[in-house]
Every structure is written in C-alpha cells, then in structure tokens.
Design a protein around this ligand. Structure first.
Ligand code: ADP
Ligand code: MG
Ligand code: ZN
Length: 510
C-alpha cells in the first residue's frame, strides 16, 4: 500500500456503543494436520522446498482423479461433534469456480450446501468470568490453495512487484471452515468475544489433535465479519432490528489482531453511519502495523461461483455407528479440563488465565507429573521461560528444555542447592545444550555456598566495611541487616544461601 493511504474517519468507541449494536460473524479456516492432502497422497509438511509436494491431482492436471482423505473426514466429524453439531449423513462436495493463479484447477473443491456439520455451539469464557455461547452455523470441508509470492515490491503485495512465484505445496491441504451464525448481544464486549471465541476454538482443536493451530504459520486463520445496526431504545426490541451491512476483514492472524480488527471496524463503520454514509459490503485487509483495515474487493452475497456437485468424488456418508464411535474419542472439553486442573493445583483465576494465555497448561501438567510443585512449574513456564520464548519468537514447546528438566531445576531450588538467581544461569546452560540442570550446576560450579566458614569470612568483611550499618543492627534495627546481607550476596556473586547469610549476620550482631 502506498504511504498516501487516506485513513478513514473513526467514531469514539463509547459513542459507537451509545448509538449502535454490533453484530459479529466469524469464519475460521483450520488446516488439518493430516499426513497427506485432501484428495491425493502428497505430503503436507510446512516449510518444504516450493513445489516439492505436488502431483497431477493437486496441480489440477487433466485426467487426474481425486480421492477423499478418510483421515480428514474423521477429523471433520470429530470437530463437528466437539462443536455440538449435527453430522450430515450424506453430503456431496461441490466445485466453487473462480480463477486464481495459485489455484491450478480453477475451482476449489468445497462443500457448499451440504456441509458435514451444522447447527452447533461453543461456549466461551470472557474475562469477567461470564460465558458467551457462540452459535455455529456450519463446519465444512474444503482444500487450501497454493501460495503466491510477489517479489520486488516494497509491500509483498502484487502491486508494485517485479514478478510473482507460485508454490503449490499448500494446494490441496485439507481445510475445515467453521462459520458462526450472526452473533448479537455482545455490545461493548464484541471485540473480546471475537478474540475469546478464536482462542477457545484453538484450544478445542488442539485438544482434538486435528491441527497444529498456529496462527502465525497460517494453519488457523480468521475472517472477521462485523456490522452495526441502530440501537433500539428498548433493549428487548433489539433483536427485531434488521442487521446492518457487514464487512469481512480477511486473514487476521493473531488473537490480539482479531480483537483490534473488530474494534477498529466498529469505529470506522460507526463514523460512516453517523455521517449518513453507507457501509460497503466488501472484504477488507487488516494492517497489523497501523491497526487499520483497508478496502479489498466488493463482495455481494450472491457471488456467482457457479457451484455444482463434484462429479469425480463420491459423496461423504459417515454412518451413524462410526459417528458414535468417534464421539467416544472426544477429549475432555478444554474449559472443563481447565477448571479441574485449576482446582487440583490450587491456582487463582488470574494465575490460571496467565497460564492459559501463555499456552503453558500442558507443559505445567507435564512438569507436575515429573514431580514439581504446581506453583514452581507455573512460575518457571509463565515467567522466565515465557519471556525467553517471546524474545526468541518461538513457542514455549520449542525451547530446548523439557518438563523433566524444569522439575529437576525446581528440585535443586527446593533442596537449597541453588537459588532463583542461579537457577536462571542454569536455564541458560540447559538451553545452550550443556546438559541437564544437574550437569550445568556441576560443570559451571554454580552450587550455592552454604558452608558457614566460607560465608563467615565474607560476613566479617561486610561488617568491617559497613560499621555504621552494623551498629544499627546491634542497636536493635534488625531491618538494617538487609544491607549487609546484600553486600555478602554481591561478594558471593549471588551464589550464597541468603537465608543462612541472614542467620549468621544476626548471630554475630545480636
Ligand atoms: P462469505 O461467503 O461472505 O464468507 P459466509 O456465510 O461464509 O459468507 O460467512 C459470513 C459470516 O458473516 C457468517 O459468520 C455469518 O453469520 C456472518 N454474517 C452474516 N450477516 C452478517 C451481518 N449482517 N453482520 C455480521 N455478520 C454477519
Ligand atoms: Mg466464507
Ligand atoms: Zn498431490
């Protein structure tokens, strides 16, 4: 986009809420983590060399015949069941015809009016502890497109690029699109509901083990539809006010962006409507840096994709017994599991929320299973380790450290062999591949000094260097001892047992 982009007028958020009632519609695309693609045997590994995971089927070569991936159907049914949907006993795929260079068949194989799952819901927890029930319209199976890379321009968009490259590795990766009904009644919490829903859905999909749900890699993508309608003077009459015109902000790829994009669209549409203008039904692009959306393409409801049933594929007909069998494989719902773990671990709501936000629940669970106290496990994963993962731009699970090693670290602290300051150096060593915490302590010589004679000499020197402080302690001001303890810890470069130092200082002076 050019630097001269004119940003739209926005209306103050509270003003928007005073005049309008927001309505949301969320479309989430999930890439399934099946070993092979939706209609062929090609691999699905992320980040492979361009165009190395392709074949005549996913390249759309003439005469190639697709076959439905049974594992993808199984995942789709399990997702539908976990979202409390009805599973369609018989449904056909359809061709959605349009041209796009990264879609070699010139149609996308999708489910149109016969989606595999319909009419469900997902309950999401909001920050104030209340629950909002998100009504699900449908979940359907489709395939991903390839990926275009526009080279040479400043923005990575086609506009201004010298040339474009196409990678078909992603073409044909199984996708499930989960679409909500229009969600009303959220009021000021609309942006929060949008974020909380995507977050809860991500947790659910992760628990189902059907996708790696990594928004930053595009395996979970959200399109956020937003509209405003006039606020009814009588709240009970709000439901009968017709819906306003929606915009669809595409590919919002982080939870925080979902929240920001919805909020921004509310203020932008609010300004237009207040000025007597109309909201244009269109797709919009989200700009992470500026926090704005800009106009994409005009989109009517009746876009002509010339859908027709896919003649090369048999209908999907999950039989009732199989569906019931799959129902038996559903995991404990994430919110229920969270409540159970919170109770077991004795965490406050805030502590639990931090843990969930850091995506550290499983890691803490595994660390506790290795013998660590829950509070210690939580402290390391959501504190020091979350900070490091964040600064390295990786997931917690990608750090070169295991729950067992954290449990070992916590045990060393518990035994008084190291303190928290030293433990951070031990983490450095483990993350640098120097072995287990025990190895690092030994090799780096990090064990704390609790040997009284070694400490005694340092304490004597501290007292000698700070006679005034020492006198205060002798006069009964025990709090003054802190300065002496600090001096000793400094001399020992943190490698002393602070509790023992304190005892020895007070023994000498009182
Ligand atoms: P599209 O083909 O435009 O993506 P979909 O039916 O797949 O249409 O998705 C549209 C989404 O927008 C759904 O979640 C739907 O519930 C929601 N929606 C429909 N009308 C409105 C509206 N007026 N305001 C907000 N959301 C809406
Ligand atoms: Mg859609
Ligand atoms: Zn293929």
């Amino acid at each position: 986009m050019s630097a001269t982009r004119v940003s739209d007028e926005v209306l103050d958020y509270d003003e928007v809420l005073a005049r309008f009632d927001p309505v949301l519609g969320l479309e989430v695309h999930v890439e399934l983590s099946t070993r092979t693609k939706m209609f062929c045997g090609c691999g699905t590994e992320f980040g492979a060399e361009p165009n190395t995971q392709v074949c005549p089927v996913c390249l759309g070569l003439p005469g190639a015949l697709p076959v439905v991936n049974a594992a993808a159907v199984e995942s789709a049914v399990r997702i539908g069941l976990a979202l409390h949907c009805d599973i369609t006993p018989w449904g056909r795929f359809a061709r959605k015809n349009y041209f796009y260079p990264d879609m070699p068949k010139n149609f996308q194989t999708s489910q149109y009016d016969e989606p595999i799952a319909t009419n469900g819901y997902l309950d999401v927890q909001l920050d104030d502890g209340t629950t909002y029930r998100v009504a699900i319209e449908r979940a359907h199976m489709e395939e991903d497109t390839g990926k275009s890379l526009h080279v040479g321009g400043a923005t990575g968009r086609i506009h201004g690029a010298d040339y474009s490259l196409v990678d078909y590795n992603r073409a044909g990766i199984p996708l499930i699109e989960i679409v909500t009904k229009p969600l009303a009644g959220t009021g000021e919490r609309a942006p929060e509901v949008a974020r909380a829903y995507v977050s809860a859905l991500r947790d659910l999909l992760r628990a189902l083990e059907v996708s790696d749900v990594r928004m930053e890699q595009g395996s979970l993508r959200c399109d956020a539809n937003v509209s405003l309608r006039p606020k009814a003077s009588d709240p009970l009459a709000q439901e009968s006010v017709p819906l306003g015109t929606r915009t669809e902000t595409k590919n919002v790829n982080s939870l925080r962006s979902v929240e920001r994009a919805v909020r921004y669209e509310m203020t932008r549409q609010g300004a237009r409507l207040t000025a007597g203008e109309k909201v244009v039904q269109e797709t919009r692009h989200w700009h992470e840096d500026s926090g704005l959306t800009t106009s994409g393409r005009i989109k009517s409801d009746a876009e002509d994709y010339r859908y027709f049933p896919e003649p090369d594929l048999v209908p999907v007909a999950p039989d009732a017994a199989w569906v019931e069998q799959l129902r038996g494989t559903l995991p404990e719902p994430p919110d229920q599991r969270r409540r159970r773990l919170q109770q077991d671990w004795g965490f406050t709501d805030l502590e639990m929320r931090d843990l969930v936000n850091a995506s550290a629940t499983e890691l803490v669970e595994a660390t506790v299973a290795e013998g660590a106290a829950p509070s210690a496990a939580r402290k390391w994963w959501t504190g020091e380790l979350a900070r490091r993962a964040n600064s390295d731009g990786v997931e917690l699970t990608e750090l070169a450290i295991t729950p067992r090693q954290i449990a070992e670290l916590a045990a060393l602290v518990d035994a008084g062999r190291i303190n928290d300051t030293i433990a951070r150096q031990v983490l450095d060593g483990v993350l640098a591949g120097e072995g287990s915490p025990e190895d690092v302590v030994t090799v780096r010589g990090l064990e704390v000094v609790s040997d009284d004679s070694a400490l005694g000499a340092a304490i004597d020197r501290a007292i000698e260097a700070n006679p005034d402080v020492a006198q205060k302690v002798r006069d009964g001001k025990v709090a003054a001892a802190g300065a002496l303890i600090g001096a000793v810890m400094k001399e020992m470069r943190g490698q002393a047992d602070a509790g023992r130092v304190r005892e020895l200082v007070l023994e000498r002076l009182t």
